[in-house]
Ligand binder design. Structure first.
Ligand code: BGC
Length: 453
């Protein structure tokens, strides 16, 4: 039996990137340094000594990239703004050339029929603000909303969908707890403070938007459903901690006005009591929620694993991506349904989904065959469709990523793009997955029909 996989009319199909991963020219034309410029230029922190100095050179090649989106029929582009390109010191004086870049990018997208979706913070805090304590400084909420206002005033006429933060969990887990990402701290006492200030910054920027903006603002989180490795109560408790830490820590305060009770168990004395007014600030109503989904986690207790005392169990007979993530499409359906069931009927968009796989060298005819990525996308798109069939309001899907790009600490070693980038020449070559995705978009999902049960 074939299943009709046509998506609802108006479903928005696009792709996503982030400033530091694609733009390059990160300190050109008056831009200030971000924590990622610093991190990347500290020897040993990024694989192979890679940096975002050039990346995909999108700062200069954006017209070409927008033309490519048009050629592929993509309807939306989720990109992020480099805060220190616009405000070199993070606050105060605006760098007109930096602001102008996003102005031109938005215009070029619209001229080509591609809707801009803007993320205000995708991990690249201005270095000057890190010097003042970064996300550990309670003033960071005001810094962020002042910067957000600059962007709203410039772009809200043309940008109709805004996101405050991308993945606050990764910012704090990677940046303040385990140190694998900028600013590279490893501190159990800092992580809760950074998380909380990020959420205050989110709330503050939403509040500012209500005064300045006329369209929609939301938050983007990475969600990873946690499944128990066994029914042993110790494993079930480990699942609750893992889920609280990664998923509910960010959504409960936004939608329910509180943190999950497991947070004290996880962080112990490092989890402070927060001022009551902070909860009101964080719980500003939002218009939409972005969900980034890559994988699931089968969890068991592990007293040796810090601070969660939980670990993931590798699955036999599963496909794992190049970043070591299990391919588990059902998890995407499950998490979308979970969001609706727990938090209500807010409009959702899958703002990132994709996979790094080893891509064979380009064939002589120029083709890049990436069958594993095609299969990943096919199955995950069917999973999104399943969630919609269960009544979840999913309004769009942004593949991660348009281009192979700088995969943070893993440098250019992991390729997530549907378009191959030759980093020596900056040549772009759509992979088979790009051609496949173009057909999905053109048919509004109908070509996925054969995947049905
Ligand atoms: C991030 C992206 C990243 C992707 C793949 C997400 O956590 O938002 O910037 O490249 O995952 O690791």
């Amino acid at each position: 039996m074939t299943v009709d996989r046509t998506f609802p009319a108006g479903f928005l199909w696009g792709s996503a990137t982030a400033a530091y991963q694609v733009e390059g020219s990160s300190t050109a034309d008056g831009a200030g340094m971000s924590i990622w410029d610093r991190f990347a230029h500290t020897p040993g922190l990024i694989a192979d000594g890679d940096t975002g100095d050039v990346a995909c050179d999108q700062y200069r090649l954006y017209r070409q990239d927008v033309a490519l989106m048009r050629e592929l029929g993509l309807q939306a582009y989720r990109f992020s703004v480099s805060w220190s390109r616009v405000l070199p010191q993070g606050r105060g004086a605006v760098n007109p050339a930096g602001l102008d870049y996003y102005d031109r990018l938005a215009d070029t997208l619209l001229e080509n029929g591609v809707e801009p979706l803007v993320t205000l913070y995708h991990w690249d805090l201005p270095a000057a603000l890190d010097d003042r304590g970064g996300w550990l400084n309670p003033d960071s909420a005001d810094w962020f909303s002042d910067y957000a206002n600059v962007m709203y005033r410039k772009l809200d006429g043309r940008v109709k969908t805004w996101a405050t933060l991308n993945e606050p969990w990764v910012v704090t887990d990677g940046g303040y707890l385990h140190g694998a990402l900028a600013p590279g701290h490893k501190n159990r006492f800092e992580a809760p403070i950074a998380s909380h200030n990020l959420m205050r910054a989110h709330g503050s920027a939403v509040k500012a938007y209500r005064a300045e903006g006329k369209h929609r603002i939301g938050l983007v989180v990475n969600l990873e459903p946690k499944y128990p490795a066994s029914q042993d109560p110790a494993d079930l408790a480990a699942v609750a901690r893992a889920d609280a830490y990664m998923n509910r820590q960010y959504l409960d305060p936004v939608f329910l006005g509180r943190y999950p009770e497991e947070m004290t168990e996880i962080f112990g004395e490092a989890w402070p009591t927060w001022p009551a007014e902070d909860y009101a600030l964080i719980a500003q109503p939002i218009d939409w929620l972005g969900v980034n989904y890559y994988t699931r986690n089968v969890t068991r207790q592990d007293p040796a694993s810090w601070p969660l005392k939980a670990t993931s169990v590798r699955q036999r007979q599963a496909t794992y991506t190049e970043t070591g993530w299990e391919v588990f499409p059902q998890g995407l359906t499950d998490i979308l349904v979970w969001v609706r069931d727990r938090y209500g009927d807010i409009p959702l968009s899958v703002t990132e989904n994709g996979a790094a796989f080893f891509d064979p060298p380009q064939a002589e005819d120029g083709r890049v065959q990436d069958p594993l990525r095609v299969s990943y996308l096919r199955k995950h798109l069917a999973a999104v469709h399943d969630a919609i069939a269960q009544g979840v309001k999913v309004e769009g899907y942004m593949v991660w990523s348009l281009l192979d790009n700088l995969e943070w600490s893993l440098g250019f070693s992991k390729r997530f793009g549907i378009v191959h980038v030759n980093f020596a020449t900056q040549a772009r070559t759509p992979k088979d997955s790009a051609r496949f995705y173009a057909q999905v978009v053109a048919s509004n999902g109908a070509v996925l029909a054969d995947e049905g049960a």
